[in-house]
Design a binder for this molecule. Structure first.
Ligand code: OAD
Length: 258
């Protein structure tokens, strides 16, 4: 580990220890070490697929079978992945400290799985795992494209999306697509937490997709500090108090002390 990185880790750790209120924003990079592909970058999902062909309401209307099969493929890929030390460290932070809000753009559910496992491991210390605000939805759920009814993801072998049990319109994954608005209560809670936080810890996101990318700026505007964990620079790097150039699975367990 370089001296600059170990020094940055020590400073970030103290900043977190001293903070009264912390918001954490994660993106696809925190799941990269679990084997879930990111969206951008050399091996990102959007290198092989055009987003407008797959992740828009228009694409689903045009070719629901193609869109559904892409999501079924992603679901099976994620089912074979497990939380990594970065997820586990964030789960411990959320379980063991007060005034922590975990916000994720990821739909893979790995923060939930890590929180459940860490809560079981730490049994007796914390009754309830603190779950993340999933601002882009959750891939393990379906939502009816007609009436909005939510269910666990369908597992049938049929090609294409099954019909809703209530209104018979097609089910779709319960994720936010390009051109769709986020659930105002979920993003609103995230914005409130970011505006009240002393520290915003940002890990594994290209910090490009709004409104989630605006959360660290709310913390900065309110006088708080940003700590960024990412092997690459992002548009946020210049504004971050501490920028840690490393993988989240390596860095997060070192800045989050039990
Ligand atoms: P991106 O794929 O845009 O960015 C992933 C980021 O993770 C990049 O900045 C990488 O440098 C970084 N990264 C890669 N490996 C890492 C590691 N091991 N540790 C830490 N960082 C690592 O993913 P997001 O920023 O999450 O939205 O993308 C934001 C949104 O764009 C997604 O939620 C999705 C997409 O369109 C919707 O689908 C609505």
């Amino acid at each position: 580990m370089s001296e600059a990185l170990s020094d940055g880790i020590a400073r970030a750790s103290s900043l977190l220890d001293e903070a009264e209120s912390v918001v954490v924003l994660t993106g696809a990079g925190v799941s990269a070490e679990s084997g879930v592909p990111t969206f951008r970058g050399d091996e990102g999902l959007w290198r092989s697929y055009r987003p407008e062909e797959l992740a828009t309401p228009e694409a689903f209307e045009r070719d629901p079978v193609l869109v559904w099969e892409w999501y079924q493929w992603r679901r099976s890929l994620i089912a074979d992945c497990a939380p990594n030390p970065g997820h586990q460290a964030l789960a411990r932070l959320a379980l063991l400290r007060e005034r922590i809000t975990l916000v994720t753009q990821n739909v893979d559910g790995l923060h939930h799985r890590a929180a459940r496992a860490e809560a079981a491991r730490l049994a007796g210390q914390s009754p309830e795992p603190a779950f993340p605000l999933e601002v882009h939805g959750a891939i393990h759920r379906d939502r009816c494209s007609g009436c909005g009814h939510r269910t666990d993801a369908a597992t049938g072998e049929e090609p294409g999306p099954p019909p809703c049990s209530i209104c018979r319109a097609l089910l779709r994954p319960d994720v936010v697509w390009f051109g769709e608005t986020l659930d105002p209560s979920v993003i609103g809670a995230a914005q409130e937490a970011a505006s009240a936080a002393d520290v915003c810890l940002v890990a594994g996101t290209s910090a490009l997709v709004h409104p989630a990318a605006g959360l660290p700026w709310l913390t900065i505007r309110a006088g708080g500090a940003v700590v960024e964990v990412n092997p690459d620079e992002t548009p946020l790097t210049g504004a971050a108090e501490i920028s840690l150039r490393g993988r989240s699975g390596h860095v997060l367990p070192r800045i989050i002390r039990d």
